[in-house]
Design a protein around this ligand. Structure first.
Ligand SMILES: Cc1ncc(COP(=O)(O)O)c(C=O)c1O
Length: 439
């Protein structure tokens, strides 16, 4: 099949996510290896976003493919009420690598379902119904996932599920909780206490947060914020759910992002990096107290593909590769390289407003004037952003451009030379956004 026919058939007979089909210009891909994608014509594209921030170990790792094939030969599918060797091994492995008292896992097919089940578990366990969530967040494309979500992807699916209470973030988009980390933290925590007072702590089952906010800004929390949230939620018997679908599994330079902040949530949700997207799999990990509760009380949740053996074998192999090959350590080490490159971009390009990176979780914001107004408005676009996206694609760099930002989330196996290759393309591309600077 030639490339154009492939594109035409995909557009004619399949639907694309988050877009009007006619506006989609799909990227034709034939194969992928390590940090690179290849078009059918052989163009080599550097994957600076690990696809959906998810192919953490890089593409086509032979050890994972071998483990997946071995599982296909051994056992492909059995229903959820079975015991399998791979389920036993992965459950134990996750319990071993997860800090604190999170030792039991419920497997799903992705992040939205992991969050759905986390909310269900929290409500059943506490007997309360309200859920606190934040505006600068994304928690999945299902109805509950979007109800928990704060960003505009939620709007077309509203009205949201009942019982959701949305909070401002410690780093709101415009309004500021304060200039310093200490002020932001103090003000956010006071505000959280006040919202809990208005809603009635005894009615709130859980607070869900992205430990490090992902698509809504790659925002590590200000110093002391998570510790404070943990303390306040504990005081009111509110469960803390850390959504680590994007930030977890080594992305920030630690296995779990919450390890940067010396807290352990009651529930953690995972997906994406758990299998490096080699197979659809998500997970909800719960504390011993919650797990004990559901040993005696029914957990009213299920999926046909719960604990799918091929997904579990993939996750097991991915985790071993990640640990054996030092990929999390590499993510932590590469942070300094990315930081340097971002600082250099800011020095050279008048349109660069800010760059943030934790491990290999990074984003650069662009501005349109010296008042630091974003190049494109919240949920909006700007011709120069579209030009930048087109430039990246032409020059062989895959990453996301959205609103006034672009992301830097390569696979965790990336080398300094490959990072420089990507930043060289970015450096040239930013001449387009500099040209749009209004002074
Ligand atoms: C923080 C976060 N939570 C949940 C999800 C939903 O995961 P999935 O698309 O696997 O359902 C995503 C996906 O991008 C995410 O970034």
């Amino acid at each position: 099949m030639d490339t154009q026919e492939m594109i035409d058939l995909c557009k004619k007979h399949t639907m694309y996510t988050w877009s009007a089909g006619d506006a989609v210009s799909p990227l034709p891909i034939a194969r992928a290896e390590g940090c690179y994608l290849y078009t059918p014509e052989g163009q080599k594209i550097l994957d600076f976003n690990a696809q959906l921030m998810s192919v953490l170990i890089g593409h086509g790792h032979p050890k994972v493919i071998a483990a997946m094939k071995a599982q296909l030969d051994e056992l492909i599918f059995v229903y959820p009420q079975t015991a399998t060797a791979v389920r036993a091994r992965l459950g134990k492995l996750l319990a071993d690598i997860t800090p604190g008292d999170i030792n039991s896992f419920f497997f799903t097919l992705g992040g939205a379902e992991a969050n759905e089940n986390a909310i269900r578990a929290a409500r059943l366990y506490t007997g309360r119904h309200k859920i606190l969530t934040r505006y600068r967040s994304y928690h999945g494309g299902s109805y509950m996932g979007l109800s928990l979500t704060g960003d505009p992807r939620r709007w077309p699916s509203e009205p949201a599920a009942p019982g959701i209470v949305r909070l401002m973030d410690p780093q709101p988009y415009k309004f500021s909780f304060g200039a310093t980390d200490e002020e932001k933290t103090a003000n956010s925590l006071e505000y959280l206490e006040e919202v809990i007072m208005y809603e009635g702590g005894q009615n709130i089952a859980a607070m869900i947060i992205e430990t490090v906010t992902g698509t809504n800004g790659m925002l590590p929390p200000p110093k002391g914020y998570l510790e404070g949230v943990r303390e306040i939620t504990k005081k009111h018997g509110i469960l803390l759910i850390c959504d680590e679908v994007m930030a977890g599994m080594g992305r920030t330079g630690k296995m779990y992002a919450f390890e940067h902040y010396n807290i352990v949530p009651d529930i953690v949700t995972l997906a994406k990096g758990l299998t490096s997207s080699y197979f659809p799999l998500g997970a909800m990990g719960v504390s011993d107290a919650i797990a004990d509760h559901f040993r005696k009380n029914v957990f009213w949740g299920g999926l046909t593909y719960n604990s799918h053996p091929v997904g579990l074998a993939t996750a097991e192999a991915v985790l071993h590769v990640m640990m054996d090959e030092g990929m999390i350590e590499n993510a932590a080490k590469m942070q300094a390289v990315v930081r340097r490159e971002m600082d250099e971009l800011q020095r050279k390009h008048v349109s660069v407003l800010d760059g943030r990176v934790l491990g290999l979780f990074g984003m650069v914001d662009l501005r349109k004037n010296s008042k630091n107004e974003p190049l494109a408005p919240y949920n909006g676009s700007h011709p120069a952003m579209a030009q930048l996206g087109a430039f990246f694609r032409k020059e062989g760099l895959f990453t996301f451009t959205r609103w006034n930002n672009f992301t830097v989330n390569p696979p965790l196996c990336i080398t300094p030379a490959q990072l420089r290759e990507g930043f060289d393309i970015i450096d040239r591309g930013l001449e387009l956004t500099d040209a749009a600077f209004e002074g």
